[in-house]
Ligand binder design. Structure first.
Ligand code: GAL
Length: 353
């Protein structure tokens, strides 16, 4: 508990170390005073915008580092739901797991449920892969539809898995796997346009990466929007002020590389040439794109770059790099990571100097 409170820093950061020392000093002698101060700190911290700290441990409401790697976020009702690979240390190795968290401020995350605990389907055998889960809410069926990269241990199956659930954070049931548009598919991304249309982004190793529109029930692909003939993965898209921005990462496995972006006025293209999103020497500050999240507020709109800082030998300890992007007029730039706050109501992001 102490871990959860003191790692989710807020505008009262400067007070916290002092309070923490005081609380610990009081702990032995005055249990009731401790309880009182403890509540005050909790409330005070929960009130203001909370600091997002790229690259740090990110504790959930239980004080455990969030397990939502290669993840995606949807807004449903008043809350955001973050789904991702659950790589908690010590989980049984014969299954693959997806965790779901919820938040109303995108900084404090409540663990909801381990929504997938899947034994190998399709005779994929031990060591099968279930990566980069993305959930779409389908209003027609009132169902939640999850796509994920599903593969055998050699990454040869190269398909998507579809799982569904009638609750956002319930137990998702495996439905099927397939190759979208009959093409190889490894890293996937999700994109929901401003008009609500849902798209899947997928890496097609022989050709590049594709953007495809989902069918009305989201259980299959309706049509291809475009093939971007660049060999990129970790695909992410955002629609901002009349322009589509696509980010992709080079194919370097778990190792970071300079992620790049292109723009188009239409999803079908033509797409501009790809440019760096940050100083290429920084290799995206050690992160790989998984999504861009647009937060439309009463005052402004912030687009968040969500990336994974993989730790392949200790995956449970992989970190997240979330930063507000500088975006507009065909330009996109990821600044050096620094702690920042977000007001989801106004849409304003403030990066600490
Ligand atoms: C990366 C990919 C990850 C994972 C990894 C395995 O390129 O983005 O999602 O598949 O390779 O090496």
């Amino acid at each position: 508990m102490e871990y959860a409170i003191f790692n989710q820093r807020g505008p009262l950061d400067h007070l916290i170390p002092t309070m923490k020392t005081t609380l610990l000093a009081l702990a032995g002698a005055l249990p009731s005073a401790l309880t009182l101060s403890f509540c005050l700190v909790t409330n005070a911290v929960a009130d203001g915008p909370q600091t997002i700290q790229p690259g740090e441990l990110w504790p959930d409401d239980r004080g455990q580092h969030i397990q939502a790697h290669g993840g995606g976020i949807i807004k449903y009702g008043d809350a955001y739901y973050w789904f991702g690979e659950d790589r908690t240390r010590g989980l049984p190795r014969d299954k693959r797991y997806v965790a779901c968290y919820s938040s109303t401020d995108l900084a404090h995350w409540t663990f909801r449920h381990q929504v997938v605990a899947l034994a190998p389907p399709e005779n994929l055998g031990r060591g099968f892969i279930l990566e980069r889960p993305k959930v779409f809410y389908n209003a027609l069926s009132n169902n939640f539809v999850m796509y994920a990269h599903i593969d055998d241990r050699q990454y040869k199956y190269a398909s998507v898995a579809v799982l569904t659930c009638d609750k956002v954070d319930g137990d998702y049931q495996y439905v099927k796997s397939f190759r979208p548009l009959n093409h190889e598919s490894r890293d996937i991304g999700q994109f929901i346009d401003d008009d609500g249309t849902a798209y899947l982004i997928f890496e097609d190793r022989p050709f590049g990466f594709r953007i495809a529109k989902l069918a009305p029930d989201y259980l299959s692909i309706e049509k291809e929007m475009c093939l971007i003939p660049q060999h990129m993965e970790g695909g992410a898209l955002v629609h901002y002020h009349g322009l589509y921005y696509a980010i992709g990462s080079a194919l370097t496995g778990w190792n970071p590389n300079p992620n790049r972006f292109a723009t188009a006025t239409n999803l079908a293209g033509p797409w501009s040439e790809f440019k760096n999103i940050a100083d290429p020497e920084m290799k995206t500050y050690g992160a790989q794109s998984t999504m861009m999240l647009k937060v439309v507020g009463t005052k402004t709109t912030t687009v968040i770059f969500m990336g994974d800082m993989w730790r392949p030998q200790t995956q449970w300890d992989s970190r997240y790099l979330w930063m507000p992007l500088e975006i507009g007029d065909g330009k996109l730039w990821l600044n050096k990571p620094a702690p920042w706050t977000l007001d989801v109501k106004t849409g304003e992001a403030v990066v600490q100097k």
